[in-house]
Design a protein around this ligand. Structure first.
Ligand code: FEO
Length: 389
C-alpha cells in the first residue's frame, strides 16, 4: 500500500503482511501489519521499522516521501524483530541517523542487530525536538519485553504505542472508524490475551501514564490506528488489565475413540443447564491462541484428555504449555477424561493446570468407555462446577 498521511506530515510507511498465519504460535487468521511512522519536520524521524524480510518495502515507501538518507532519528520503541528486524537495512540507508532507544533496548539491539548504530539512550521524560513538534519518551518495561517504550507527540496528540493497543488485523483501511468494530475489538482482545496477559498487572500503571497525556490518536505498531475510539480502547484495556471475569466456561478437550468427547458434550449440557455460557473447543482443530482469547474473560476451564501411553494427548499438552506461559491466574479449573488401565493423563493435566496458576478443583474420570451412568455423572459434575463459578 502507498504511504498514508495519518496526520499532517506524519505517514504510515509500514507493511501489511496479508498472508501470515502464524506469529510464533499465535495463529493470525486475519494476517498482520508492522506499522512504521515517518514524521517529516525540520528533522525527519522514523518510528519503528518492520520485519527484516520487508525492509526493502519499508525503504521504498519512505523513498516516496523523503530520501531515506535524510532521516535524522529512528525511534526504536521495541527491539523484537517484527519491529526492529529492518534496523540494519535502515542503518545502511540512513547512515547519519541517531537511533533513539532505552538502555535495555540498546543492550538487546546490540545482540540482535550488531554494532554500528549511533544510539541515543533515553529515559522517562526525555524529549527530542523535530522543529515544530517534539517527541517525549515513556518506558513501559515488561509490556511486554524489558526494552519497551512508547513515544508521544504532544503537538499532534499522537501516542505511538508499539505493541500496546495493537491487533493482528491486516486491512487496507487504517483507522478504527473505517473497519468492522466487532472484529477490531475481538482482535485487540485476542492480541492482549496472547501477548500481554502475563503482564496484565502492569497495565494499570501504564494507563495512569497515558491518562496524563492528551491522547487524540493511538498509533500502534500492529493493525488499525485508534482515532474515534481512543476512550473505548483505553477503557477495554483497564477492564482487561484488571482481570475481570464474565462467569463463562471454556471446555477444551481431545479424544481418541470418542469417549472423552462424549463426556465433554455431556458437560456442555450440564453447564448450560446451570445457566452458564459455555464454549466447547476440540484441540486437534483449535489453535491455542483461540483458547487463550476465549478463556481470557471466562471464569472456568475444564480440560479433557484420555490417557495415551500413560499421559495426556499431545494436543492437550501443547495447549497447557501455552496456557502455562500466559498464567491465567484466578480461573477455576478441573481435568477430566477416560483411561484404560493405569491412567496418567489426569494427574499430568492437573499438575499443568496448577503450574498455570489456575485454582484447581476436583476432576472427573471414567474407565474405558463412558456408560450412560458416566454420562449422567459428567453432566452433573459440569452443572456443579458451573454453579460454582
Ligand atoms: Fe510486535 Fe513484541 O513485538
Amino acid at each position: 500500500m502507498m504511504p498514508m498521511e495519518i496526520a499532517p506530515k506524519i505517514y504510515d510507511v509500514g507493511v501489511t503482511d496479508w498472508t501470515v498465519r502464524d506469529f510464533h504460535g499465535y495463529k493470525t487468521e486475519r494476517g498482520a501489519s508492522y506499522n512504521s511512522y515517518l514524521i517529516v519536520d525540520e528533522k525527519i524521524c522514523l518510528i519503528d521499522t518492520v520485519k527484516a524480510c520487508y525492509a526493502d518495502e519499508l525503504l521504498e515507501k519512505i523513498s516516496r516521501v523523503v530520501d531515506p538518507a535524510k532521516i535524522d532519528y529512528v525511534v526504536v520503541n521495541h527491539v523484537e524483530p517484527d519491529h526492529a528486524g529492518a534496523l540494519p537495512a535502515v542503518l545502511k540507508a540512513a547512515p547519519n541517523a541517531k537511533f533513539v532507544i532505552t538502555m535495555q533496548g540498546k543492550n538487546e539491539a546490540l545482540v540482535h542487530y550488531g554494532e554500528g548504530f549511533d544510539f541515543m539512550v533515553v529515559k522517562e521524560g526525555d524529549k527530542i525536538s523535530l522543529g515544530s513538534r517534539e517527541l517525549a519518551f515513556v518506558p513501559m518495561p515488561m509490556l511486554h519485553w524489558p526494552d519497551n517504550m512508547v513515544t508521544y507527540c504532544p503537538q499532534d496528540g499522537i501516542l505511538f504505542s508499539n505493541d500496546a493497543f495493537g491487533q493482528h488485523y491486516a486491512n487496507s483501511k487504517r483507522f478504527d472508524d473505517e473497519v468492522d468494530e466487532y472484529v477490531l475489538f475481538y482482535e485487540a482482545k485476542k492480541y492482549f490475551a496472547n501477548i500481554l496477559w502475563p503482564y496484565a498487572r502492569l497495565i494499570g500503571g501504564a494507563l495512569k501514564k497515558a491518562a496524563a497525556l492528551d491522547v487524540k490518536m493511538i498509533a500502534p505498531a500492529h493493525g488499525i490506528i485508534w482515532r474515534s475510539m481512543v476512550d473505548k480502547i483505553l477503557e477495554r484495556y483497564a477492564v482487561w488489565g484488571a482481570g475481570m471475569q464474565d462467569g463463562s466456561l471454556v471446555i477444551a478437550y481431545d479424544t481418541m475413540w470418542g469417549s472423552t468427547e462424549t463426556l465433554a458434550r455431556a458437560m456442555v449440557e450440564g453447564a448450560a443447564a446451570a445457566g452458564v455460557h459455555t464454549k466447547l473447543l476440540r484441540m486437534d482443530r483449535t489453535p491455542c491462541s483461540t483458547v487463550a482469547v476465549d478463556l481470557f474473560e471466562a471464569s472456568g476451564l475444564l480440560v479433557g484428555s484420555p490417557t495415551l501411553n500413560s499421559g495426556m494427548m499431545q494436543t492437550i499438552g501443547g495447549m497447557l504449555v501455552y496456557l502455562k506461559g500466559l498464567q491465567p491466574k484466578g480461573k477455576k479449573a478441573a481435568a477430566f477424561g477416560t483411561f484404560g488401565w493405569a491412567g496418567g493423563a489426569q494427574k499430568d493435566m492437573e499438575a499443568m493446570l496448577t503450574a498455570a496458576g489456575c485454582d484447581l478443583q476436583q476432576g472427573f474420570t471414567c474407565k474405558w468407555r463412558a456408560s450412560a451412568d458416566d454420562v449422567a455423572a459428567a453432566r452433573q459434575f459440569a452443572y456443579d462446577f458451573a454453579k460454582s463459578l
